[in-house]
Design a protein around this ligand. Sequence first.
Ligand code: NDP
Length: 323
Amino acid sequence: MSVTIGIHPSVARIVPPERLESELSDAVPDAAIRVLDGGGDGGRDATVDPASVGDSLDVVASFGYEEWFLDAGLEWIHVVRAGHDEFPVDALRERGIALTNSSGIHGAPVGETVLGYMLQFAHGLHRYRTDQADREWNPRPWSESFTLEGERVCVVGLGTLGRGIARRADALGMSVAGVRRTPAPVDHVEERYSPENLREAVADARFVVLAVPLNPATEGLFGAEELAAMPEDAYLVNVARGPVADQSAVVDALRSESIAGAALDVTDPEPLPEDSPLWGMENVVVTPHASAADEAFPERVADIVGENARRLETGESLANQVV
Ligand code: NDP
């Protein structure tokens, strides 16, 4: 038996569907693979008319969730990103539909991007880029710059993302603390804190990086009290999900200068509304949920789907299975 895989047009948010189709064809040569019709021009916000799908699909690879996934006779849904917070895990479990995600492949791109945020704050590069747009030669006092070497970063969440960040921060000579639920040590992390000790963990960090999944336990995890626990010269970086931080508390902390700045790859909501005060703040860097971008992404997703298609046929348990 060979599997039939439908590629939902919403994957266009990160990868052209035809590129993923081509990579999947290499990874699973005997599968029947087709890009589902998004109607109209298709594209990243496309939805699919279930009547056009037929009843022959085993698997859907998708970025977004649609209600018809529950009733399409699917065996398995693959989410082409690590976060799966939009997917109704209980309903999927009830229907016996497996859910897998793309966790495990974002450590290098997100790790490098977080190093980029930290380096630009340390050396004021974001300010010089703004000056350049205004054609201004405006050297800042040397006392405003520092090196990452010897500074402390606290990474909240030590999974694929957190480890990718910790390894790179350690390589630059930073002192790395981390927060996770499990007590086991993690390479490149000197000190581990439990979530209950989050405020203590961030109290002497120059950078705090949020890298946890969004779920009921982590929604609003980083609020006014956690921000108040950070030193005044510290920076917040969020590469997790917008609602993991209380965004209005972040704005207040930035306005009152109780923290030095923030790099926000994820916001609440997304896209960040045009009238958000965050856009205009000199000490804030906003990136459009782009820290995991990597040209090798389609190939890496195809490897996970290909391996799981093989396991589906042999009856082995799936890799990266959430449900
Ligand atoms: P993993 O599942 O590999 O790791 C999650 C980590 O978070 C684990 O270390 C886990 O602890 C820890 N954790 C979970 N709950 C808590 C808590 N309440 N307090 C402290 N730590 C906690 O996930 P990834 O690293 O792959 O991804 C994490 C999230 O980042 C994703 O769910 C997604 O939302 C987001 N993401 C964002 C991207 C972007 O483009 N900005 C790209 C990829 C992911 P333990 O080790 O004890 O289990």
